[in-house]
Design a protein around this ligand. Structure first.
Ligand SMILES: [Mn+2]
Length: 263
């Protein structure tokens, strides 16, 4: 297996006009633009967006156009973008669907749950598997086993196996008390060395099963509680060009899975 790297982002909430302000909607777009600048600079093998790319399943044309521009820059740089849907941008129903599908059809993102086997692979490198979001514990318990039966997670020997999802896992050290846990640890399969998660907006990282579980955290504050992470909660009335330098955490993780018998 050869060495590789990837960028793990989540909870971008593009299109969120907080307080009804266009300036805030623009802040979310700008934050994503900075993430794209940094990603292109880092030259990873691929990028993962673990849900809540958009604040709504059907964003405005303005938000959509800015996002398409950013994805085209990543595509031109040869960086595939692997996604799963989040609690905000998954299809609310079969009629409205989600914007993630046309973006996938346009080749701008690779929406994992929509593809055969719900996976993407890079030979001699990695296997990446992603699940949909089912909004609450009850629906997840009902639908996730069926999804996994139709698309069995199949970690491979000799490559890094990565599991992508959007939801809170019932782990007291990680899950804040005010968030419902849609997933129990037992509902997620073993055999993966990196669990790339979204939904919890604080950056979190810990050992899980035979690998590590990482919540990327949101890239722009969506509530007062998150202001401590970003200090950009309020719209900036006078705009200055800030240097593009999103906070990045480098996570080294074991790629060899050592089976311990835990589930
Ligand atoms: Mn979110």
């Amino acid at each position: 297996m050869r060495a590789f790297s990837f960028v793990h982002a989540s909870d971008l909430h593009l299109g969120y006009a907080q307080y009804g302000l266009e300036a805030r909607r623009q802040d979310f777009d700008n934050a994503f633009s900075e993430v794209v600048d940094k990603t292109i600079e880092l030259k990873p093998d691929f990028m993962i967006i673990a849900g809540d790319l958009f604040h709504q399943a059907r964003p405005s044309n303005l938000t959509l156009e800015n996002t398409i521009r950013s994805f085209k820059r990543l595509r031109d740089a040869g960086i595939p973008v692997l996604t799963v849907d989040g609690s905000h941008d998954s299809a609310p129903n079969t009629i409205t669907s989600t914007i993630l599908y046309p973006l996938d059809s346009a080749g701008l993102i690779y929406h994992l749950p929509r593809h055969r086997g719900a996976c993407w692979s890079k030979p001699d490198c990695c296997y990446v598997y992603g699940i949909p979001n089912y909004h609450n514990r009850h629906k997840t318990e009902e639908a996730l086993p069926k999804f996994m039966e139709e698309n069995p997670p199949s970690p491979k020997q000799g490559v890094a196996n990565i599991f992508v999802f959007h939801g809170a896992v019932d782990l007291p050290d990680i899950k804040p008390p005010y968030i419902e846990a849609e997933l129990s640890p037992a509902m997620l399969p073993s055999g993966f060395c990196y669990y790339a998660a979204g939904h919890i907006h604080d950056r979190q990282q810990g050992y899980f099963k035979d690998g590590v579980l990482v919540y990327g955290g949101c890239i722009e504050s969506v509530s007062y509680d998150e202001a401590k992470n970003h200090q950009r909660l309020l719209p900036r009335t006078r705009r200055r060009k800030r240097p593009s330098n999103p906070r990045t955490n480098r996570v080294n993780f074991p790629t060899q899975v050592h089976r311990t018998g835990r589930d």
